[in-house]
Design a protein around this ligand. Sequence first.
Ligand SMILES: CC(C)(COP(=O)(O)OP(=O)(O)OC[C@H]1O[C@@H](n2cnc3c(N)ncnc32)[C@H](O)[C@@H]1OP(=O)(O)O)[C@@H](O)C(=O)NCCC(=O)NCCS
Length: 163
Amino acid sequence: MLSFRDKINFTDPEIIRKIAVSTGFFDEEDVKVTVALAKEALKGQSNSPENFNFLFAEDDGKTCAYACFGQVPESISTFELHWLSTLNEFRGQGIGKKLIEKFLEEVKKQGGTKVFIKTSGIPQYEPTRRFYESCGFSCEARLQDYYDEGNDCLIYSMRLNQN
Ligand SMILES: CC(C)(COP(=O)(O)OP(=O)(O)OC[C@H]1O[C@@H](n2cnc3c(N)ncnc32)[C@H](O)[C@@H]1OP(=O)(O)O)[C@@H](O)C(=O)NCCC(=O)NCCS
């Protein structure tokens, strides 16, 4: 049975590392960053003005997906999803979508009215883009050559109704 938790615990940095590596989407530097964010969240201290919240999906107690998000610094009620990954063998089972629903619920609870997600425009990320579209996000902007020459950043967004 699928369940969710928002408390990060001391085994999570390693679990996050395994999930991120399993996707085959992130290079070593990316993985280091996502693990470092988890360690900071665990210590309850971040050097960044952003606050990093984690959400985990568990299948019968096994952590199989995670999301990391936070309020955009200096914004009134705008949030960004920084990371989202499903353990490779659990992909395509609806877990990512349920985690997005949970994330949107949490953002609403925190007073959020708009959510942004950055992703890459290269062909490797086509399934990811389709995933976000299937979750109800729309592509609002394209920043050319953002990640690298020929690797654009696509900014997906969704407005949230606070009612
Ligand atoms: C993107 C990701 C988090 C999605 O999680 P998931 O658990 O596999 O997704 P789900 O099973 O919940 O899929 C939900 C919807 O997206 C669609 N989808 C998911 N993966 C897809 C794929 N490879 N191709 C096409 N559609 C896809 C599903 O068909 C489903 O649509 P539906 O509800 O209309 O049937 C996961 O595949 C992943 O970790 N990808 C690699 C890392 C990544 O790209 N992270 C985001 C970085 S910005």
